[in-house]
Design a protein around this ligand. Structure first.
Ligand code: AMP
Length: 303
């Protein structure tokens, strides 16, 4: 496989529309080079950096999309308030050696007359986030499909923090015969254990302290699992009790599910995930842990 040396690293190219993206990606493939795609909504942090670095390590060329996708936000959600520090994001892409930054406008992605929606259905897409955020996974699936169809990457990189999104996208990539390998990367956390998210910036110091109950509850569940607890309801109770110690935190759900189907389990096994969604003031946070794995919650993990 051809490898790239630092002195031959091409400069970042910004691409604004699907025709140019397709042309450039076709050229990469025609040259026999592999292509990695990292879909993002910008406001890049260390979680995104990890995905980009993984793609850079595994693929000859990397395209990062930066698009705050309106169709995955509900009417009462924070689309308008979502941060859009594009210049900083492009600087991060340059620093990390990204080849293409795809930055389409809303009008380019959803032009007048747009009337197609990719609709993942069934338990996987309709439970938990799918139930709380109607239409969310349709929006995600539609934009991810557009990106996969246009770029036709060998691999696409997603973060485990959005575990249900990972499962929906994996299903979509298989169901639609995309031929793209979906690579799921571990959750990157701040030094205090909180999973990195652009929404964390909205928490004030007191709210952030309350939010730390989320990784603490997951760590407690992980510890119990490692000590042999396999009863999913007991793990769920443990998590709920730990979260209840933070009165400023309104729990949306705590679920123990199979990682592929997202159906609740009664006995824990190695492919289970513990999911938490909670609100602190106006900020909604989600987090996840696959207990017993290398993806630990210790302070400073992933930095
Ligand atoms: P977003 O920009 O929030 O749409 O996220 C783009 C990608 O980055 C998604 O695949 C997310 O799951 C991933 N991501 C976001 N936060 C983290 C994190 N803390 N650790 C790992 N991946 C993340």
């Amino acid at each position: 496989m051809p490898t790239r040396t630092a002195d031959r690293r091409p400069r970042l190219t910004r691409v604004d529309g699907p025709e140019e993206l397709r042309r450039r990606c076709d050229r990469i493939r025609a040259a026999g080079l592999s292509l990695g795609l990292v879909p993002t909504m910008g406001a890049l942090h260390a979680g995104h950096r990890q995905l980009i670095q993984r793609s850079r390590a595994e693929c000859d060329r990397t395209v990062v999309s930066i698009f705050v996708n309106p169709t995955q936000f509900g009417p009462a959600e924070d689309f308008d308030r979502y941060p859009r520090p594009l210049d900083t994001d492009l600087a991060v892409c340059t620093e990390l050696g990204v080849d293409l930054a795809y930055v389409p406008s809303d009008a380019v992605m959803y032009p007048e007359g747009f009337s197609t929606r990719v609709n993942p259905w069934g338990a996987l897409a309709e439970t938990l986030e799918g139930a709380r955020r109607p239409g969310h996974f349709d929006g995600v699936a539609t934009v991810v499909t557009k990106l996969l169809v246009t770029a036709r990457p060998d691999r696409a990189y997603f973060g485990h923090k959005d575990a249900q999104q990972c499962a929906v996208v994996r299903r979509l990539a298989a169901d639609l015969d995309t031929g793209t390998e979906i690579v799921v990367c571990p959750t990157v956390r701040d030094a205090d254990g909180l999973a990195l998210s652009s929404r964390n910036a909205r928490l004030d110091a007191a709210e952030r302290l309350q939010a730390l109950a989320i990784p603490a509850a997951l760590a407690a569940a992980d510890a119990a699992f490692r000590l042999g607890e396999r009863d999913a309801e007991a793990i769920r109770d443990l998590v709920l009790r730990r979260l209840a110690e933070s009165p400023g935190l309104a729990v949306d759900y705590v679920a123990v599910v199979d990682a592929e189907t997202f159906l609740p389990v009664t006995r824990m096994h190695v492919r289970c995930e513990i999911l938490i969604a909670a609100r602190i003031g106006r900020t909604r946070l989600i987090d996840v842990l696959t207990p017993g794995t290398d993806e630990r919650l210790a302070v400073g993990v992933g930095g």
